[in-house]
Design a protein around this ligand. Structure first.
Ligand code: ADP
Length: 516
């Protein structure tokens, strides 16, 4: 178990086709308006559609737009990775706000820009961020050795913006919202270095407790924190420097991305070494389920689909099913088509899928897999494809457009996670009438209504829950899928209930507003 994992090891995703609302005029709002508008500084290491390795980027990209409707204005501080700087420089109204001679070993600029409707501060620090590819990994798939410094720099800039270090910016946010270990030092800097200065409310969101940002103690002197910060009441964590631990400690409010996960991380089994701290701070901890961008994920307008449809035209999904079969090179059939769109990892239960796949095929259910990750799992799944060429197909790599088509054409999506802080793919499945088959953990538990008899009779079932997180649990769930699929009225009622579920950010944005 990756309880001490330092940095997120996920493939970088070349986001090919940002589909967002029309660009709004580029107006840098560095001032809180005279109205009741709340001003929030978000600090994050990735943001859709500019740079994404997982659900974190989706959340950081979508939440500001949803909050606009709640009178909350968000400006997001992000690193100036090459792709981000290219997008910034392409904006005629982007401008340099600050020039700083030495910031963690090199000169940096702070830019402002508005891209895809999002107001951004961009930390252009070539010595830290001018590296192609994955934000966290080098070409060999290893963490960049200076990751702790790169993200300490981002966090310090966040803290400085929050406390109003640069008076020329005339910027004083009401709240600072940081995400995951990469930006967790921002509230820590605010605590130790921002004494007597403007103090916005601080919120930290844990998207995945497995990634904790734990580094050797020898790093500490380079962080610019006072010596007394290296203590159990500070950044010290099991003899190391713990970014996420310290960020949790010094934030006013701790959120995670579902109520069930908020509970799970306070238990010994789910707490990954931090359960004691989180139990002690449980009064500050809550779970808010992620929404999705319902414009990007809209089957009625999605240009990645072979055929658009809405909830009243479920039969049109058949065209997309043909397109998925053609893409994966499996023959057309009326048998259920189950998909997986996922990192291929232990967390996501992909080894459990391997254990279940022969039994799934024996029930005449086809499985198409889009994902990348663990090389051993990839190889095993290719072997399964070889073994069952008409029923199993895998496409490795990251393909945003294909992921949309799969949601629009497959009958169901399997998400057998061992733990799942929130999960997004089940929400896309709901929106596209692709029935989620899930384990009962974290956000999967909070967003899917299992098709038990009572739920089916009440017409509220939206998915199928595995009774246990094992290969047998998956097989049993697929048996139930086959039975439900054989009853078209029941199946369509589930699709309809899912498609009518509100998976937008509207409700969750209100909850975040209350925290700010
Ligand atoms: P996590 O962030 O833990 O990987 P989530 O379900 O929260 O899992 O988010 C995963 C996101 O990445 C979703 O938007 C999903 O569609 C997308 N995704 C994962 N793997 C792929 C892939 N191989 N190709 C395209 N999209 C993918």
């Amino acid at each position: 178990m990756a309880s001490t994992t330092s940095t997120k090891k996920a493939p970088v995703h070349q986001v090919e086709k940002p589909v967002r609302k029309a660009e709004k005029p580029v107006v840098k709002k560095v001032n809180k308006s005279a109205s009741a508008m709340k001003e929030v500084l978000a600090v994050a290491s990735e943001i859709y559609p500019l740079i994404k390795t997982g659900g974190l980027a989706d959340v950081v990209g979508a939440l500001p737009l949803a909050l606009q409707a709640c009178d909350v204005h968000v400006t997001t501080l992000v690193p100036g990775y090459p792709r981000v700087m290219t997008a910034v420089r392409a904006q005629t109204q982007a401008k340099v706000l600050l020039n700083i001679g030495d910031f963690f070993g090199g000169s940096v600029q702070l830019w402002s820009a508005t891209i895809a409707g999002m107001d951004l501060f961009v930390l252009d620090a070539p010595h830290l961020f001018e590296r192609e590819g994955n934000p966290y990994l080098n070409a060999d798939g290893q963490d960049w050795g200076d990751n702790p410094i790169r993200f300490a720099a981002l966090s310090l800039m966040g803290a400085q913006l929050a406390w109003g270090e640069y008076s020329e910016l005339n910027y004083q946010p009401d709240a600072m919202h940081v995400h995951d270990w990469q930006t967790a030092l921002a509230p820590v800097y605010l605590h130790y270095l921002g004494q007597g200065k403007h103090r916005p409310k601080t919120i930290i969101t844990i998207h995945n407790l497995a990634f904790q940002g734990q580094f050797p103690a020898g790093l500490f002197p380079r962080l610019g924190l006072p010596a007394w910060a290296f203590s159990t009441e500070g950044v010290e964590y099991y003899g190391c420097v713990g970014y996420l631990k310290a960020g949790i400690l010094f934030s006013d409010t701790i959120t995670t991305v579902s109520p069930s996960y908020a509970h799970e991380i306070t238990t010994v089994n789910g707490g990954m070494g931090m359960d004691g701290l989180l139990r002690a701070l449980h009064a500050r901890l809550s779970g808010i389920v992620n929404g999705i961008d319902t414009e990007v994920w809209n089957p009625a307008t999605d240009s990645s689909l072979a055929q658009n449809y809405d909830v009243s035209q479920l039969d049109k999904r058949a065209v997309n099913k043909h397109a998925v079969e053609a893409h994966f090179g499996i023959p057309h059939s009326d048998a259920p088509l189950l998909c997986v769109v996922s990192r291929l990892t232990w967390q996501k239960g992909m080894d459990l899928l391997v254990g279940a796949i022969d039994a799934i095929v024996a029930k005449n259910v086809r499985v198409v897999i889009l994902g990348s990750g663990d090389a051993g799992l990839e190889a095993t799944l290719y072997a399964k494809q070889h073994q069952h060429p008409t029923h199993v197909a895998i496409h490795t790599g990251y393909d945003e457009s294909l992921s949309h088509l799969m949601q629009g054409g497959c009958d169901a999506i399997l998400i057998p996670s061992r733990f799942e802080p929130c999960g997004l793919t089940q929400l896309y499945g709901l929106r596209y009438g692709c029935i989620p088959v899930v384990t009962r953990v974290g956000g999967l538990n909070d967003t899917i209504i299992d098709a038990n008899l009572a739920a089916v009779n009440a017409g509220v079932a939206t998915g199928i829950a595995c009774h246990e997180v094992t290969a047998d649990g998956i097989i049993h769930a697929v048996e139930r899928l086959v039975q439900l699929y054989a009853q078209p009225k029941v199946w369509q009622a589930m699709q309809t209930a899912g498609m009518n579920t509100d998976v937008s950010w509207a409700n969750s944005a209100q909850l975040y507003k209350q925290l700010y």
